[in-house]
Design a protein around this ligand. Structure first.
Ligand SMILES: [Zn+2]
Length: 199
């Protein structure tokens, strides 16, 4: 019994480390997982294992991928003259769901946030500059979030890209300042893409 108590306590502890899950929710989830059929609980464990063992970052754009390159980078029908820069893979998904964009992406895996100690070298900015230097892009679209940090990141990158012959644009501000791409509905995102402006 002591052993069981220990495992349950450990699971509550693990669940409680997830974002947005307090102690009470962690307990509720743990007791839920003890109550459901064993196969159901183990399916969750298996899917966590599978994601962590099989999913990695695309070597080209840093989107989530199960192969060296993601399905967008390997899709021959994408427009390889446009490159859209986003903070996170979930922002890329929001833009894909708008259905308005057929170019390629580059995922920064974060934003420059001096207060959190995140500088440009912790993001995928170096490989981004290499891609622009070596690629055939005519347009780079800044789709960082319309927050102080997102704007700062976008400014830093556009300064670095000044020397290359690409047009730099950003999403139109149909998106309310401070709102986050992943929570913006697809019609507004589609308008923001259509109305993008020169930076
Ligand atoms: Zn990719």
């Amino acid at each position: 019994m002591a052993e069981l108590t220990h495992s349950v306590a450990d699971m509550i502890d693990q669940l409680g480390r997830l974002p947005g899950i307090g102690r009470k929710s962690a307990e509720r989830l743990a007791y839920h997982l003890l109550r459901v059929p064993k196969t159901e609980a183990l399916a969750l464990a298996d899917s966590i294992r599978s994601v962590r063992e099989n999913v990695r970052y695309c070597e080209q754009c840093f989107n989530l991928s199960e192969a060296a390159r993601c399905p967008i980078c390997t899709d021959p029908n994408r427009d390889t003259t446009r490159l859209c820069i986003v903070e996170q893979p979930r922002d890329l998904i929001s833009l894909e769901q708008s259905g308005m964009y057929r170019g390629l992406y580059h995922v920064l895996l974060g934003r420059i946030a001096p207060l959190d100690g995140i500088g440009p070298d912790q993001l995928t900015i170096d490989p981004l500059v290499d891609r622009v230097r070596l690629g055939k892009f005519t347009e780079v679209i800044m789709a960082t979030n319309p927050t102080v940090e997102g704007d700062g990141t976008s400014l830093h990158i556009s300064n670095l890209l000044q020397e290359y012959p690409v047009e730099i644009t950003r999403l139109a501000r149909g998106i309310t300042a401070g709102s986050v791409l992943e929570f913006t509905n697809k019609e507004i995102l589609a308008d923001a893409l259509n109305g993008r402006q020169k930076l």
